[in-house]
Design a protein around this ligand. Sequence first.
Ligand code: G6P
Length: 618
Amino acid sequence: MCGIVAYLGDKEAQPLLLEGLRRLEYRGYDSSGLAVLNGKGLEMVKKVGRIEQLERALGPNPLHGSLGICHTRWATHGKATEVNAHPHTDASGKLAIVHNGVIENYGTLKKKLIEKGFQFRTETDTEVLAFLIGFYFDTLNSETENRLEMAVMEALREVTGTYGLVAIHQDQPDVMVGARRGSPLVLGIGPHEHFLASDVAAIAAHTQTVAHLRDFDVVTVDRQGYRLKSLTHNAPDESGLEISQIDYQAADAEMGDFPHFMLKEIFEQTLSIQNAVRGRLNLEECTAQLGGLNLSPQELRDIDRIVITGCGTAMHAGIVGEYIIESLAHVPVEVEWASEFRLRNSPLDRRTLVLVVSQSGETEDTLGALREARRKGHRVLGICNNVASSLARETDGGVYMYAGPEISVASTKAFTSPTIIFVLLGLLLGRMRFLSASQGLQIIQAIEALPDQITQVLKQSGHINQIAEKYSYSRSMLFFGRQMQYGIALEGALKMKEISYIHAEGHPTAELKHGVIALVDENTPSVFLCPKDGAYDKNINNLQQIKARKGPVIAIATEGDEEILQQADDVIYIPDAPEYTAPILSAVALQLFAYHMAVILGRDVDKPRNLAKSVTVP
Ligand code: G6P
């Protein structure tokens, strides 16, 4: 995961760029670099280590100029060295680019450039891209007005892979060109200045007016403003960019003084849900649009079974997804642990769609499942957060979460993002089958209501903390949920054991009486997921069975449900929502519950014992 910040305006670029990088520091760094353009040409400094190293190097000798680009790298391929750090320059040393993503055909492009006599200094794909853009720049007449823009577009037409990039050239000292495919890039628009960044957090302190680039967009910023083109056609893009105002408070909180990454990431979910949905709702046709699936309408219609696979939290999102897709689209879904799927001969047929879910895109067992399905000739799509991951490269298509980096080992955003993506998928497949336009519209309205509803849950953090305090004596906890809340019971229990080390089990509510009830006593609290849905009465019945055995009950219930106050010992309310979006709200409540419990017990919240963020061993 890397970060980009670029600036063109009437101020000194370096302090703004460094501040932007600091705001992205939670991504974890191994090297960073900064380049500016001024009357003296291109000046650049790169350093291995955290941003302080770069700041220290620039401290006594700041780079002056009001146009600059910078980058933070977290190496996935190629060592963390100064030479591999971004920006990368072209053969002439006059062009510099910063790039996130992976240029898949860089080997072929490199060979072609070597044949033309170019000599490379690094093993990176980004340097090849810089050379290619530089090559086209030099072939264009020096009088050409849009020279850098044209060179970027020519080069990107030859590229396969993913990129969010910004290019500058000393022969066009008042221009920066940004482009996106797969890796996010956001344009910040301020008075007399523009920013390009991979994350709004980097620029939110300076402007709240932003536009998210879409895949294949190319934006050229100069001192007069910006213009947009699309790689799919050369003319100015008539449809323009959708300009929105970001909530400064929320964006600031993203990088604010949270005591732990986990809490910050829990609070980021109002934004990460919006990012997962942005540009994917089609209001006119009351459906979802998921271009990255790379499937024609005919192929989508032909799907008659879906197998979802993943590990840990990703797998739990899949379990919620199973209920959502079957309910909205009536397509049969099965969910399998990736570690099991990869080793057995799971029966798949021609019309089965395999969906792999992973935050990191690097989990060994999930990649094993992906490769096994592909080896058997099946089409495999991914739901993934890391656009530069092995999973992103090896799947036939999919849907990015765009949840932003998740640093805390215990996954939070990467649970709710795939869950909402399953709602989008259910909507898309459902509208191709039997859902009416008005049903589609209702689903869209429920999706659009979610960010505010998540905020309502987050506001209860203090109340949830008090409940955690009350039950912090527990050695063991039980979590119960039915239907779409069953996966939340599993995930709530996983969060609790991961970070508080309290033994916790999740079960389908009615299974209570087939064994689990033997564990119930006055020291074993049960978390009961019982929103007002079709199973409410049955849930209350089960809840009473726990109470009859003196088990304390914490209910997750729907706002306005007064009856539950008589039944449960403690209640956490979630806003009223349909059964397919309510799991996201109860998940946020249980993330907060586990978080506060872990803090009360003095655990290492972000780095729990024995666990790793990305498990790259089988
Ligand atoms: C590890 C992490 C979990 C995560 C799981 C799958 O076990 O500790 O939080 O859910 O891996 O990770 P992935 O990156 O594939 O979503």
